[in-house]
Design a protein around this ligand. Sequence first.
Ligand SMILES: [Fe+2]
Length: 388
Amino acid sequence: MDWLNLILMLTLAAGNTELLVSFVNRTHGLKINCGWLRHIRHIHDLALLLFPVLFFVFVGLRGPGLIWGGSWSDLSIWWKIYVALCACGVAGLVNSMIRWWCHRNPKCVTSTSSTVVDIVEQLQSRPLMDGPFFWMTRFPLNEIFQVEYSEKDVVLPRLPREWDGLTVLHLSDFHFIGTVTKPFFERALTIAMEKSADLVVFTGDLLDDPKLIEWFPDTLGQLDATLGRFYVLGNHDWEIDPPRTRNALDELGWTDVGGKTTSLQHANSELVIGGSECPWMGNPPDFSADNVDTFRILLSHTPDNFNWAIQQGVDLILSGHNHGGQVVLPVVGPVYAPSIHGVRYAGGAFWQSSTFLHVNRGLSGRYPLRWRCFPEISRLVLRSSKTT
Ligand SMILES: [Fe+2]
């Protein structure tokens, strides 16, 4: 047996996987409805298994017989093209892994702290009912009930000095679907509100089951903030009667900023909050009517709008959507994230030009499975660098 060829073939199979995962990630970042996305995932599942098996049978064992010491130069032109594509996949995988391992909080994040709370321990029972994908909840080491409460101090250069210490409770991706029960969300939010917040924001993906709109009053309806509660909807909400969802949230006193901006006066300065539900709904918010010196916050369901926000002079962009990847493999990092950037913005803090991006991993998900990727509730404490 030729061990070197075998290792090379296994590496190329990993490249094949990376190419297919990249395709799925990027298509899931586009405005494509869930029916088509399901077809894409089925093609991905099939190709993920089929191509490596064909490769090992027709190139490794038969044909040039690479596993038995055959020569790569004897491959047919089609297998050579396939090998070249897989080699590109390997390069992409290595690049993604290096970026994951090298990622650190940007310098503007001056302190971080977090605690993980086991909601099962708090409730003395597993908050589950027999909903979709229930079988996933049985996977060992599943972390769906271990909520991480993270707090980050972030220095933002344009934040008015009078606003130093402004707090933002960032919530995202609840995905009410009927597998994880309402007491989980109630308990997680009760703990979140033990510390007060000036702003509470929700960055989309609330409903996967329209009946569970009845959970709103006991969950999002219980939150309070001195300067207000603001939200955008996400791609899962787009599939389920968004006007009805908006009405329910508006009745609870939440402010819809999807596709628009709203301004707030606070401590003699103005704050503008805009929301983007692009590419799924509406248009991006128009910040051009506001004074260029006004501090700007953007709620954007997907972090894919980061570059657009930079061009608009947004100071702080708050996003969700990618769930931290939900499954974070040792060495490799997160694999799946529904983004045109793949797993680059799966979760965490990022800084570019003069814009700070915070991607919350979400409190739940359509699929009740998390490994090495706790559900998250985050509280940002904004700090001013202005001394006069
Ligand atoms: Fe989501």
